[in-house]
Design a protein around this ligand. Sequence first.
Ligand SMILES: NC(=O)c1ccc[n+]([C@@H]2O[C@H](COP(=O)([O-])OP(=O)(O)OC[C@H]3O[C@@H](n4cnc5c(N)ncnc54)[C@H](OP(=O)(O)O)[C@@H]3O)[C@@H](O)[C@H]2O)c1
Length: 253
Amino acid sequence: MTLLASFPPEINVAVIGASGGIGQAVVQLLSENFSSAGSRISVVHAFSRSSCHTELQNVTYGHIDLEDEASVAAAAELATKDRPLDLVFVASGILWQGEELRPEKAMREIDINGLMRLFAINAAGPTLVAKHFLPKLRKDAKTLFAALSARVGSLGDNRLGGWYSYRASKAALNMLLRTLAIEHARQWPQSIVAGLHPGTVDTELSRPFTARTPEHKLFSAEISACHLLGVMNRLGPEDTGQTFAWDGSRIVF
Ligand SMILES: NC(=O)c1ccc[n+]([C@@H]2O[C@H](COP(=O)([O-])OP(=O)(O)OC[C@H]3O[C@@H](n4cnc5c(N)ncnc54)[C@H](OP(=O)(O)O)[C@@H]3O)[C@@H](O)[C@H]2O)c1
């Protein structure tokens, strides 16, 4: 199977959050596809905060911390020192951290520091990546800047309540991506800026909360990566500014 067949040959890819469950699986799949006939992938720049170096064909590793703008700027320079980028995939994000930061079940659990932390990583982080990476996309072919959002960030789809900080940080991310898409399209008419929902995926981030998820609705990171790359392949410039689920369906804001 040729991954990303709608892109030109020999694409230059950056994955941010490459140490995470989904980020790692996407890097792995892209690397495995490198030597297959008709492969579109030339090089994958895998950036992460914690080290995740493994020997993978045509993958280079670098450091990025979304709370350190200089590291984001340096990563963008490194990924484009030979040629512009075709695809940027932001796979970073947090839902909980230790005992002190957990998704809220009720409003009495809201902690402003926790809420600000989720906004910093989930909304501001990918926006900072966009600020430094969008100007480094090529202009003469399809390009994509995709960031992992979440279905629970949909206002229209919120019937259960709870998870205040996470929901709000992803809703903010969707708005930031939409606004970036509008500005970016003025000079990059073939480009797409989109949010992606990976499904419920068995990773560090979700594991404490999936006990009651039916088995058929819980994806492995590998399956989710496969779905996400399929969606990335199918998106076109007319889709810019929207958020899509793993099956390609559009998520209402
Ligand atoms: N898993 C799901 O069911 C699910 C569902 C919907 C949406 N999502 C979204 O998908 C994305 C990836 O989730 P995942 O399940 O793969 O989670 P994960 O395994 O916990 O990975 C999260 C990644 O984010 C990185 N990160 C966190 N803070 C960072 C920072 N300050 N700078 C740089 N990187 C940072 C982590 O890096 P370190 O290794 O350095 O901590 C890690 O690589 C998240 O945005 C999440 O909200 C996941």
